[in-house]
Write a protein that binds this ligand. Structure first.
Ligand code: ADE
Length: 243
């Protein structure tokens, strides 16, 4: 998978050189380019923003540096690339990113991220980009960040760990939270008694069927208590599967 992340703070993405994603890049499973938006400005102050037309608070990102940076990304693509690249614009005004979004995007060959700052990017950039990219506006949750860079890091981590080979233990992908719409069960390690807090008896029994049942019950209890919204979806999905 190829990922291009364009920003006025490209250093923000240096964290993606660490740990599993860093290793995946070294192994050639993934290539991540960080692009400085200001390299595509044409004035001496390297200006990327301007006041909103029609008035209002804050500044809006000008479309031109974005278009020039994205054109360069398009020009660097392999001639034979089959799919149009997907352009992801992180914004609190987008569709909500979920595990299922991560699963869809993990199948794409080329993702480009355009995180805005200030009040966002001039809307016409999206209109222009739709001629060249599959554009998705995505929010990582119902809260407002100072810019989209942290959202890019979150999305890249959730997407790339689904690429075969990035996470060493493939089982941990299928057993984890959200893979089937339930929260994960609690986990323990040795010692069995730690400061008076003990590991549940069943986990020490060696009885695999009972352990599996206990874990399942815990998943259900946790999901019902902490995420009634997810539980309701899970119940509906199960009913549909039976029909
Ligand atoms: N930019 C600012 N807030 C955001 C959010 N919640 N998700 C994605 N991008 C953002």
């Amino acid at each position: 998978m190829r990922i291009d992340a364009v920003s006025i703070f490209p250093q923000f993405f240096e964290v993606l050189d660490l740990s599993l994603i860093g290793r995946a890049q070294q192994q050639g499973l993934l290539s991540i380019s960080r692009i400085d938006l200001r390299d595509y400005t044409e004035d001496k102050h390297r200006t990327v923003d301007s006041p909103p037309v029609g008035g209002g608070a804050g500044m809006v990102m000008k479309p031109e540096p974005w278009a020039l940076a994205l054109e360069e990304v398009l020009n660097q693509r392999a001639e034979q690339a089959a799919q149009r690249p997907t352009l992801i614009i992180p914004t609190p005004a987008g569709e909500v990113f979920t595990q299922s979004t991560a699963e869809q995007l993990a199948g794409h060959q080329h993702l480009v991220f355009a995180p805005g700052r200030f009040e966002g990017i001039d809307e016409r950039l999206t209109d222009w980009a739709e001629e060249h990219f599959d554009v998705r506006r995505i929010s990582i949750g119902d809260y407002v960040l100072n810019g989209g860079e942290a959202a890019v890091v979150v999305m890249v981590e959730a997407i790339t760990r689904l690429i075969p080979g990035v996470v060493g233990n493939a089982e941990s992908l299928t057993e984890e939270s959200h893979s089937e719409g339930l929260l994960e069960y609690p986990v323990y390690t040795k010692p069995a008694d730690w400061r008076g807090h003990t590991v549940p008896e069943v986990l020490l029994s060696g009885h695999h069927a009972n352990i599996a049942q206990w874990r399942r019950d815990q998943q259900v209890q946790r999901t019902r208590k902490l995420r009634p919204d997810l539980w309701a979806k899970h119940v509906v999905a199960q009913q549909r599967a039976k029909e």
